[in-house]
Design a protein around this ligand. Structure first.
Ligand SMILES: Cc1cc2nc3c(=O)[nH]c(=O)nc-3n(C[C@H](O)[C@H](O)[C@H](O)COP(=O)(O)OP(=O)(O)OC[C@H]3O[C@@H](n4cnc5c(N)ncnc54)[C@H](O)[C@@H]3O)c2cc1C
Length: 377
C-alpha cells in the first residue's frame, strides 16, 4: 500500500492479529498490521501448539470445532505445510469428581457432534505404552484433536496478507487518536502516523494497555506460564496428555521430531508481564512427566521459556466492538488463542465487515457479566 491510509489497522502480529488480517484481506479490505517486535514475538511464539475441541460451553465447543476445520485445510489454504497432525487430546481423571465432570461435558460435546468418549485405563495403557495408571480412573479422549506449528501458521497468514496489504514489524503503537467518538489514526514509537476508520486490538497480553489508549478498561490480565522442550526421541504416543491434578502437567510429542513439549499451570498463578524462567519449573516438570510416564525419567530438557496467558475473569475470549467507534477488541484468549485463532480471526472479520457475527457469540461480548467459568481451562 502506497500511502498511510488503510481500511483497517490491526495491532499485534500473533495468531489473532494475523488470522484477523488474513480474513479481512479476503473480504477485500486494505489492512495494515503493526507489530511492535517481530511476528510471533508474543504468546503465539511461546505456545506449545495444542489444538483441542473439548470445551465446556456450546459457544467455545462450536468455535473450537470450526477452528479445527480451518486447521485441517490450512496446508492448501496457506500453500505451506503447517505440521498439522490429529493425534488427539487425552484428559486424565484421577478423582471421581473429575470423571463426573468429563462425563457431563462429553454429553454436551457429543450433542454438538464431537467424536469424544470416556475411556478406561486399559485403553489408555494401549494408547500410551508404559503410562502409570496408579490412582487413574480413566480419561476423556478426543482422537481428532491435534497439534500444529504456530510459527508456520503466522508466517502463512502474513504472506497472504502481504500479497495486497502491509505487515509491518518493529512498529510499536504508542497512541490511538479518537475524534468525535471514533478512532481515526494510530501513532507509532518511530513517529509514524497511520490512518484507518477501524482499529483492531489484537495485542494479546498487552490488550489492556492498548485499550487504555482509547480510555477503555479491559478485564484482560497476563499470567506467566513456563514451558519446556526435550531432546528428540522415538515417537511412542500421539496425543496431548493432560494430567489435571493440582500438581499435574500437560505435554505431547512433536509430530516432526518426537521431542516432548509441555507445561504446567502454576499454583498460585503468576500475574504480570515478567517472562523469566525458573529452575523450579524444570525440576517439577521433569518430576511430573516421569511420574506419569516413568520411561521419561532420564530424558533431557534442552530449552525452557515462558509466555503469557491472557486471562479474562470467566476464562472466555473477548470478541466485540467497543463504545469507541471503530475500535474492536479481539483478545483475552485465556491460553487457548492458538487453537481458537483461525475461527476467531474469521469471526472477527465477518463481524467487522457485516455488522453482526455469523452465529451467536454473546459469551464473548465485551459487556457481559464475566460471572460464568470455562471448566476446561
Ligand atoms: C507456555 C504457553 C503454552 C501455550 N500453549 C497453547 C496451546 O497449546 N494451544 C493454544 O491454543 N494456546 C496456547 N497458549 C496460549 C496462546 O499462545 C495464546 O492464547 C495466543 O498465542 C494469543 O495470541 P494473540 O495473537 O492474542 O497474542 P500474541 O501472540 O501475544 O500477539 C500479540 C502481539 O501484539 C504485539 N504488541 C503488543 N503491544 C503492541 C503495541 N503497542 N504495538 C504493536 N504491537 C504490539 C506483541 O508484541 C505480540 O506479538 C499457550 C501460551 C503459553 C504462554
Amino acid at each position: 500500500m502506497r500511502n498511510n491510509t488503510s481500511d483497517a489497522i490491526i495491532i499485534g502480529g500473533g495468531i489473532i492479529g494475523t488470522a484477523t488480517g488474513y480474513y479481512l484481506t479476503k473480504k477485500g479490505l486494505k489492512v495494515r498490521l503493526l507489530e511492535k517486535n517481530y511476528l510471533t514475538a508474543g504468546s503465539t511464539g511461546r505456545c506449545i501448539g495444542g489444538i483441542r475441541q473439548q470445551f465446556s460451553t456450546e459457544s467455545s465447543i462450536k468455535v473450537a470445532m470450526e477452528s479445527m476445520k480451518k486447521f485441517a485445510t490450512m496446508n492448501d489454504e496457506l500453500d505451506q505445510d503447517v505440521e498439522f497432525h490429529q493425534g488427539g487430546y487425552l484428559f486424565l481423571a484421577h478423582s471421581e469428581e473429575k470423571k463426573e465432570t468429563y462425563r457431563k461435558l462429553i454429553e454436551i460435546q457429543q450433542k454438538m457432534g464431537l467424536a469424544v468418549e470416556y475411556i478406561g485405563t486399559g485403553e489408555i495403557e494401549k494408547l500410551v505404552p508404559g503410562i502409570n495408571t496408579e490412582d487413574m480412573l480413566g480419561g476423556a479422549y478426543c482422537p481428532s484433536d491435534a497439534q500444529a506449528n504456530p510459527f508456520l501458521i503466522v508466517d502463512g497468514y502474513a504472506k497472504e496478507i502481504r500479497k495486497r496489504c502491509d505487515v509491518l514489524p518493529h512498529k510499536e503503537v504508542t497512541e490511538i487518536k479518537v475524534d468525535k467518538g471514533r478512532v481515526t489514526s494510530v501513532i507509532t514509537k518511530d513517529n509514524g502516523t497511520f490512518h484507518a476508520p477501524i482499529v483492531v486490538n489484537a495485542a494479546g497480553p498487552f490488550a489492556k494497555e492498548i485499550a487504555q489508549m482509547v480510555n477503555l478498561d479491559l478485564p484482560i490480565y497476563p499470567e506467566r506460564h513456563e514451558a519446556m522442550i526435550t531432546e528428540q526421541l522415538e515417537r511412542f504416543f500421539d496425543m496431548m496428555i493432560v494430567d489435571y491434578r493440582p500438581d499435574g502437567c500437560y505435554f505431547n510429542q512433536k509430530w516432526d521430531k518426537g521431542s516432548i513439549i509441555g507445561c504446567y499451570t502454576p499454583i498460585p498463578n503468576v500475574p504480570g508481564q515478567d517472562l523469566g524462567t525458573s529452575f523450579e519449573f524444570a525440576k517439577e516438570m521433569g518430576r511430573r512427566m516421569a511420574r506419569l510416564i516413568p520411561r521419561l525419567n532420564n530424558i533431557k530438557i534442552i530449552r525452557q521459556w515462558s509466555g503469557s496467558y491472557e486471562m479474562t475473569p470467566d476464562g472466555n475470549p473477548i470478541l466485540d466492538k467497543s463504545d469507541v467507534g471503530g475500535f474492536w477488541v479481539v483478545g483475552g484468549m485465556c491460553g487457548h488463542g492458538f487453537m481458537l485463532g483461525p475461527e476467531i480471526g474469521w469471526l472477527a472479520a465477518e463481524y467487522i465487515t457485516e455488522g453482526k457475527p455469523p452465529y451467536n457469540i454473546d459469551e464473548f461480548a465485551l459487556n457481559r457479566d464475566f460471572k460464568g467459568k470455562e471448566v476446561m481451562k
